[in-house]
Design a protein around this ligand. Structure first.
Ligand code: FES
Length: 234
């Protein structure tokens, strides 16, 4: 302690001797004025009498209930609003999807049931399925034999008869010419099948193109036989 006090006083003496006279006078003046208020008082400093911030009084808005009951109310409201939003969103999405889905008449035409008992052997029936004509022919044994005796390799669109039918007695095809979409006439043409009068395409008894500009055989739609007397197209 004695050593540090001595060194401090020596430093002060050296400093006084080194400072010029004017500087020493200024320091003395400052030492005299210490403890007197400055001419500039910062409003943010500790000397400020009033705070520049005024906090409003919210006490009249404060809940008088206990914090626990406030919490329960908050959770209840959040849950209720969430539930209401979820129900609204579900209804909106559901409405949108119902709007986008196929209408009842389209769904009704998606599959068509045909009673086979009403179609005699050797006769054609035309039904409408998805806006297109569908030819159903109840073929005779002679017609089946004729369809099978063709050399498949010689055909423009090579396809064996057995590839085009599920039951040889029943030939099912879209009635749309594969040239430009006309509806061919049944039991007509050079091959005893169908004839398209628009540009002269001839289809045989299996619906295969044999003559004329059409490039492909008549298209076979998807169909099934749920029982011996019924066919479902689609
Ligand atoms: S549309 Fe059938 S032959 Fe042209």
């Amino acid at each position: 302690m004695a050593l540090s006090a001595a060194s401090g006083s020596m430093l002060r003496v050296c400093a006084r001797q080194q400072l010029p006279t004017t500087s020493r006078a200024a320091i003395a003046s400052c030492q005299q004025q210490r403890g007197v208020a400055s001419s500039f008082d910062s409003p943010f400093g500790p000397a400020s009498k009033e705070s520049t911030y005024k906090i409003p009084d919210f006490s009249k808005y404060q809940s008088k209930k206990s914090p626990r009951s406030n919490q329960v109310f908050s959770y209840f409201m959040a849950g209720t609003m969430g539930l209401a939003s979820a129900v609204g969103a579900k209804a909106t999405v559901q409405d949108f999807l119902v709007n986008m889905s196929a209408s009842a008449d389209v769904l009704a035409q998606a599959k068509v049931e045909v009673g086979l008992g009403a179609i005699p052997e050797g006769k054609n029936v035309i039904i409408k399925w998805r806006g297109k004509p569908v030819f159903i022919r109840h073929r005779t044994q002679d017609e089946i034999d004729e369809a099978n005796k063709i050399d498949v390799a010689s055909l423009r669109d090579p396809q064996a008869d057995e590839e085009r039918v599920q039951d040889p007695k029943w030939l099912v095809m879209l009635g749309v010419c594969t040239h430009l979409g006309c509806v061919p006439i049944g039991e007509a043409g050079d091959f005893g099948g169908w004839f398209c009068p628009c540009h002269g395409s001839h289809y045989d008894i299996s619906g295969r193109i044999r003559k004329g500009p059409a490039p492909l055989n008549l298209e076979v739609p998807s169909y099934s036989f749920p029982d011996d007397e019924t066919m479902i197209i689609g």
